[in-house]
Write a protein of this length. Structure first.
Length: 173
């Protein structure tokens, strides 16, 4: 018995005995599944990315708080020798659990005339840091009685923009 095939618009017609899916059926099935499952796939991806962001934020907060605790127990006269630019610990630090290296920085604010806007956060600057009743000294390294310190942690998570956490503290003589 001969089976005749006839071309219709470039597609070959199969007899009822042949099995399989046409390309059109496969494409329609994929489109339908994407429409039904698309939001679920996106929510799983966003949920995983949100979980990573929350974990990184918790790790950054813990790292910044740990460094702030170390700074707060350091006598004000030793802060520069320990956390200054040429200090033994230096002004940068790693936060275990965050991607990259040297994610943390320590800013010792020694200029009484600095403004909050210049520092990027509201910490009550400018203000008298050396107790002389004036706000005019640009370097209170040797005379500071009050020293604002900003602990900053910066990281970039998987597929996320750069994130920054800034923690201000004040060390008093």
């Amino acid at each position: 018995m001969m089976v005749s095939t006839r071309r219709t618009r470039g597609l070959r017609r199969h007899s009822r005995g042949e099995r399989g899916f046409s390309l059109l059926e496969v494409v329609l099935a994929v489109v339908a599944l994407a429409q039904i499952g698309g939001p679920d796939v996106r929510s799983v991806v966003l949920s995983a990315s949100g979980r990573d962001s929350a974990e990184y934020l918790a790790t950054a907060t813990e790292g910044a708080r740990g460094m702030a605790d170390r700074i707060e127990v350091t006598p004000i006269d030793d802060l520069f020798a320990r956390f200054g630019k040429d200090g033994t610990d230096g002004p940068s630090f790693d936060v275990p659990g965050l991607p990259g290296k040297d994610q943390g920085t320590i800013t010792l604010v020694t200029d009484e005339t600095s403004k909050d806007a210049d520092l990027g956060m509201s910490i009550g600057m400018p203000r008298d840091l050396d107790g002389d009743g004036k706000v005019d000294s640009t370097d209170v390294t040797a005379t500071a009685r009050v020293l604002p310190v900003i602990v900053t942690v910066t990281w970039t998570g998987r597929g996320q923009p750069e994130q920054t956490l800034r923690l201000p503290i004040v060390v008093v003589r």
